[in-house]
Design a binder for this molecule. Structure first.
Ligand code: NAD
Length: 360
């Protein structure tokens, strides 16, 4: 099956993807995980697999050309799965520079290193190599009243510095196909949720705060709509596109599970009430009274919704996890990993959280 270079594998989706791949392929693949371990990268996410002979972690920054070229030179990489990015919209509004540096320039470094390693003297590429660029539905902008879904043909129209940086990196990857026939796919996925998600994102934030009886901040009127996909379904889609995606193509990934933010919060509160035993003192803390409307996010996109028809029809992918099941699995995981949550919410994140909400 070959050697996979996974960037950003210590983050939320990357670590779930690595777990998924080892569950599916066992010892028949090798994974090299390259991560700079920013605030969002956490090796605890991979503790249970770190001793595998077919897994290697390398701490490196994707902006560091020398370090990345060295990894390609020392390993015969077959597949790149490029997750590494700055990923939080709110942070991009406060500090856009790092988003351009990591998401745009870092992707360029990755593309050039893979091109250098895979290109043959005649300008074609070695067989069976592929670079899969993991991107977001946010590059399409916002759907308004009367709009249906995002398709692969929907014009790119990003609104936040985060989505603009992801759109730019998508364009670079596409340009490498258009110009060099560099072997690539792009996937644009809707919002993910599941284990190991950093609690600055909506679902783990709400679970964590509700269990502590802390305020549940909701932007604006709470009616912004997102399409939510359980992270394992995303991992499965990435694997299927790696295996069967047509070179040069973009694939949308989504669960047709559109929900307003306020609906998500209500479902979490109801599910927590159902799952917590009566004698658990946290049960009394979980309440809709904690919901607190805060000033809307600047430039907040109203609705995202993905049409995953192409990946279904061409590749046969479909989401397996219903939201009601995925949210229970996620909550159960957080119940069982209280130490993980304590560790990530101490230090830097705590400071960021306080700065973010202090005036709201
Ligand atoms: P995350 O923030 O949890 O993880 C990002 C990882 O990248 C971290 O481990 C971090 O240490 C690493 N990283 C950051 N800068 C780096 C650098 N310069 N060099 C090397 N490593 C670096 O993000 P995530 O939610 O897991 O998202 C992963 C990818 O999927 C991103 O590209 C994101 O745009 C995309 N995506 C995310 C979602 C979602 O809902 N979370 C949806 C669609 C697409």
């Amino acid at each position: 099956m070959g050697t996979y270079l996974v960037t950003g594998g210590a983050g939320f989706i990357g670590s779930n993807y690595i777990h998924y791949m080892f569950r599916k392929y066992g010892d028949t693949i090798r994974i090299i995980n390259v991560d700079a371990l920013t605030y969002a990268g956490n090796l605890e996410n991979l503790k249970d697999i770190e001793d595998r002979d077919n897994y290697t972690f390398i701490k490196a920054d994707i902006r560091d050309r020398e370090a990345i070229e060295k990894i390609f030179a020392e390993n015969d990489i077959d597949r790149v799965v490029h997750f590494a990015a700055e990923s939080h919209v709110d942070r991009s509004i406060v500090n856009p520079e790092i988003f351009v540096e990591t998401n745009v320039l870092g992707t360029l470094v990755m593309l050039n290193a893979a091109k250098k390693a895979w290109e043959l003297p005649d300008g074609t590429f070695k067989a069976d190599k592929k670079f899969l660029h993991v991107s977001t539905d946010e590059v399409y902008g916002s759907l308004e009243e009367g709009d249906t879904y995002f398709y692969e043909t929907t014009p790119i129209d990003p609104h936040s510095p985060y989505s603009a940086s992801k759109a730019s990196s998508d364009m670079l990857v596409k340009a490498y196909w258009d110009t060099y026939r560099f072997p690539m796919n792009i996937t644009n996925c809707s919002n993910n949720y599941g284990p190991y998600q950093f609690p600055e994102k909506l679902i783990p934030l709400i679970i964590n705060n509700a269990l502590q009886g802390k305020k549940l901040p909701v932007y604006g009127d709470g009616k912004n709509v997102r399409d939510w996909l359980y992270v394992d379904d995303h991992a499965k889609a990435i694997d299927m596109v790696q295996e069967n995606g047509r070179l040069g193509e973009r694939y949308n990934i989504g669960g047709h599970n559109e929900k307003q933010n306020i609906e998500i919060i209500n479902i979490i509160l109801e599910t927590l009430q159902e799952m917590l035993p009566d004698e658990d003192p946290r049960k009394k803390l979980v309440s809709k009274d904690l919901i607190t409307y805060v000033t809307d996010r600047k430039g907040h996109d109203r609705r995202y919704a993905i049409a995953p028809d192409k990946i279904k029809e061409e590749i046969g992918w479909y989401p397996e996890t219903m939201f009601k099941d995925g949210i229970r699995l996620t909550i159960q995981w957080f119940f069982e990993h209280e130490d993980w949550m304590k560790n990530v919410t101490s230090g830097d994140y705590q400071k960021y959280y306080e700065d973010m909400y202090k005036n709201k």
